[in-house]
Design a protein. Structure first.
Length: 83
């Protein structure tokens, strides 16, 4: 992983992107303190894919069973209330 001071990252942004694509993540520092990391998009998607499941994945991972719904009985309907 390479390290770039923020002023160099600004001045050579295209080069920074290319190096990130070919060599992997690149760290950006400000006054010697690490502030950000540039990673290739494929790596970013792989990282995020594992963190948040979709709603479909959540529902499919739940218990699989047949829902037994009892038959509807004969209920006496109330007469509508008139005002």
């Amino acid at each position: 992983m390479g390290t770039w001071p923020v002023q160099d990252a600004k001045a050579k942004f295209s080069e920074l992107l290319e190096v990130a694509e070919t060599s992997g993540p690149q760290t950006i520092t400000r006054r010697g303190v690490e502030k950000a990391v540039i990673v290739p998009i494929e790596q970013w998607r792989a990282i995020n894919r594992g963190s948040k499941p979709t709603l479909l994945e959540i529902l499919q991972s739940g218990p699989q069973f047949d829902l037994q719904i009892p038959p509807r009985g004969r209920w006496k309907m109330r007469k509508p209330v008139r005002f």
